[in-house]
Design a binder for this molecule. Sequence first.
Ligand code: AMP
Length: 262
Amino acid sequence: MEEKKTFRELGLSEEILQAIEKKGFEEPSPIQALTIPILLKGEKNIIGQAQTGTGKTAAFGLPILDTLTTNNSKHVQALILAPTRELAVQVSDEIISLKGEKRLSVAAIYGGQAMGEQLRRLRRGVDIVVGTPGRVQDHINRGSLDLSQLSFLILDEADEMLNMGFVDDIEKILESVPEEKKMLLFSATMPSKIKHIAKKYMGDYEIFEVKKRDLTSNLTEQIYFEVTRGDKFEALCRIVDIEEEFFGIVFCRTKVDVDDVS
Ligand code: AMP
């Protein structure tokens, strides 16, 4: 079996290594081991076929945080596009938690939030913007978001963004960023529209796939019980009862089920 590399061996700087240690990550996830060295060297663009839970945020977040300069004033250096406000906030929180002491500012910019606050934030100067495509495009149109010096563009959950009808916004954004930027595209699936975007805008790129078997932690044992619908609740209660300490998440299909079960 191939020896697993440490974060240090992937080429990250001391400052970022300290932040990783503080965050509690012990070793790189498979997608991180693949993307971090390539992005640090700035060699090529990347398409990662990876789902949430694989550590993909840090896979692009860490090399971006490591590469960006801190003496920047008004230009956005990295733009991350995400399909929903929830994901934009989640990604921006994760990046903030990984930046350690490095003086980089991160802002989440999404539809539904008051424009005034976002305009003030952008005017003060932001290094990394995490945003939903529609709102990002609004800011470009208003002249409040300057992408002329962009170094990194990331499309997170690209297939979801296309499903949500953001294709025109994404293409407009891709046309307004410098050609030299490095681009990453993450998607769980690879429909033809994604391949079209890659072909048109990504130049020299490489595709990485995180295989299904890498998606689950080998610290988690997975079991299932076949029970009739009417017995499900009783079965769940027994499982909770027989565990000495039960810490868990119960997923339900509907709001009503969530209320009943809780
Ligand atoms: P993501 O796939 O980016 O949504 O990340 C899923 C979760 O895994 C997040 O809570 C991360 O903080 C965590 N995570 C990412 N990379 C690592 C790592 N190398 N070691 C431990 N946890 C990680």
